[in-house]
Structures are given as C-alpha cells and as structure tokens.
Design a protein around this ligand. Sequence first.
Ligand SMILES: Cc1ncc(COP(=O)(O)O)c(C=O)c1O
Ligand code: FES
Length: 397
Amino acid sequence: MVVYLDNNATTCVDPAVLDAMLPYLRDFYGNPSSMHSFGGQVGAALENARAEVAALLGAEDTEIVFNSCGSEGNNTAIHAALAAQPEKRHIITTQVEHPAILSVCKHLEKKGYTVTYLSVDGTGQIDLMELEAAITGGTALVTMMMANNETGVVFPVEAAGAIAKSYGATFHVDAVQAVGKLPINLSNSTIDMLTLSGHKLHAPKGIGALYVRRGFRFRPFLLGGHQERGRRAGTQNVAGIVALGKAAAIARQHLPSVLQEAALRDTLETGLLQTIPDCEVNGGGSPRLPNTSNIGFKYIEGEAILYMLNREGICASSGSACTSGSLEPSHVLTSMGLPYTILHGSIRFSLSRFTTVAEVNHVLQVMPGIVRRLREMSPFNNDQADWLQGRDLVNQH
Ligand SMILES: Cc1ncc(COP(=O)(O)O)c(C=O)c1O
Ligand code: FES
C-alpha cells in the first residue's frame, strides 16, 4: 500500500480528469487554430476549459491565459509587470517564495533591479507594516504567494494588494498551492495577475494558467504565434487544457467540503503531537491551508524520518537540504527563525481529497516508533548538546 501524503509536491490525476482528456490525445488531435471544423471542435473544448478555470477563480474567460506550469506563470508575470512600467526598477517579494519567484528576483538584481525580500515571523507570517515601509512610487511589482508550499501558511494577499495598488505597483500572486484549497474570487480583488498549476489540483503535469486582469497592460513572455489572444505563443497543450478545465470544475464542486480535509489533517496533526514528545507544528500560529502539516521532530534528521516512512510505504517530504539537492536547510523554515533541531527534523505531510482515514491512521500507528528509534540512535537528544552550539557544523549536513 502506498500512502501518498505529498500532495503539495504533486497530486494524482483524478480519474474523471483523465477520462475527459483522453479523447483529445486519441481522437481529436486537430490544431485549435485551424480553419477546418476538425480543429474547430478542439477550439471549442479549449474555450469550455477556459470558462471552467475562470469560474473557479471568479474571473472572466478572457482573463485566463493557458501555459505550461506554475514556474512559467511566475516568470511571465514578473516579466509582464516590469515591461508594463519600465521606468520603475524596484520589486517587493517575500523571503519564503518558491524558487520560481526567488531565482527570477536574484537574476533581476544582477540586472540592476532592487528587490526587497519581506521577512516572516516565527509563525511564517509577513508584516504588512514592513510592506508599507518598503514600498514607494518607484515599486514596479509586489509579488507574493497566497499560501506557502512548505508550511501551508496563508498570506493576507488582498490587504497587501491594497497597499500595492495605492502606490501604483502591479500586484501578482502565486496561488499554485491555494487554488482548489481556498475560495478565490478575482471579480472584486486587488490582484492583477495570479499563477496556478494543474498538477497541484489533480490535473497532469505540464499545464498551468496565468490570470491577467482585464485592462492590464500585458506583455507576452513567449513570442511567436497568436495563440491565447497573442498573450502566449505556442500551439496549446489541448489535452492538458481540457484536463485543467475538468480539474477546475471538480475543485469548484469540492471546495465546500475542503473543511473535511482540514479535519483529517487535524486528526493527523493532533495525533502526532499527542503521541510524540518534543515536536511542534511549523506555522501552527498562522492561518494555514486545510491540507498541510509541517511538523518539526526535534533531535533527529528529517531525511532519516522520510527514509523510515518510505519503508512503510508512506510518502511525505522535507523542505530541507538533502531532498532539494542543496546544502542548506529549508529557506522557509530558516526565515521563520526556527532552531536548528527543528530546521533539520521537519517533515511535511500534505493531504488531498483522496486521502483516507485509514491512511492517516497508518501514519499515526508507525510514526511514534520511528521517531523513538531514531532518537535512541541519535547522540544529539537535547538542546544543550554541544553540536547545537556550533553553527559551523550545520552546513556540513
Ligand atoms: C508555491 C509554488 N509556486 C510555484 C510552483 C511551481 O509550479 P510548477 O511545478 O507547475 O512549475 C510550485 C510547485 O511546487 C509551488 O509550490
Ligand atoms: S538537512 Fe539534510 S542532513 Fe541536515
């Protein structure tokens, strides 16, 4: 049995989504831009999908631009915001964004842009006063995530957007983790552009969308053909778009019962906290996504926990060094100022509407034993241990 609790990394394709897309791989292979009706029927499917995605976001159909993934959406949005106000060379983002934002910002700094990275507190939350203090009339863009992929912490985006608007800055939101998990209504919103990604909401990988508010002076990132009303060149991923449309329709139906998902997450979280000493919920003091639980188990390595969980058929993840291939612990947890023991011993469980009570119970059954065994093996089993005092040791992991 595989217990899949890594839904913030990616999700399974909903069987209904697969059924909807298959005909567009097998039978209806026409080009949606073609003049003949064989292609034309494909074009109609695209527009239906666009309407479904728009409905999930409370947007208009024409405000949805299909693309390949969340990373593309984020890159495009930043590019478009800077092109819309080329005289402004200041960007505001946060320290805990996804690399698809942070890497672009680092790159832009080398090109002469100034970037402010807003800090977060111990609960993973930003301070709007810090945004107020940083923003000026010269700020081209404020970009932040709606919900954090590692901790699930939700940012007050509408309030941040109101500040951005009052200074004339473009406001972009990376909602890759939020879409389908939180209600979103862009019809009355401060958001100019919003990124989503299909594979986080039970559509396949390789399809995404960027919402671009009507009237926003958008400059395309990919130049070429006139697809997507000239806003994203390239023959569309028709099957992927149909899949995203179906996934959006299902997500919209499912939204009212997202609270049940939160109940299952809470069962997992409180169960672990009750049975395992010395652990805490990262971001627990902030509003969070209903599906995410990031827990720090002190004195042991997250990677060791993942290894043991894997042997039990349980998929989870850690935002720390080894899994991401870098030598640093999670930039999100580091920005929260968490102690080293937590930084290295944190595990993210992320659920979906397909997660069952039996799966959660399985985790609750095996986790206490795993943590106990690892702690027995660990020489570092209290906060006073010498190794914790030596900062330089941390980077050797
Ligand atoms: C918050 C956030 N933004 C962007 C992305 C990138 O999305 P994609 O994998 O579709 O490029 C992810 C994926 O992990 C994410 O969690
Ligand atoms: S983060 Fe991988 S060993 Fe510490």
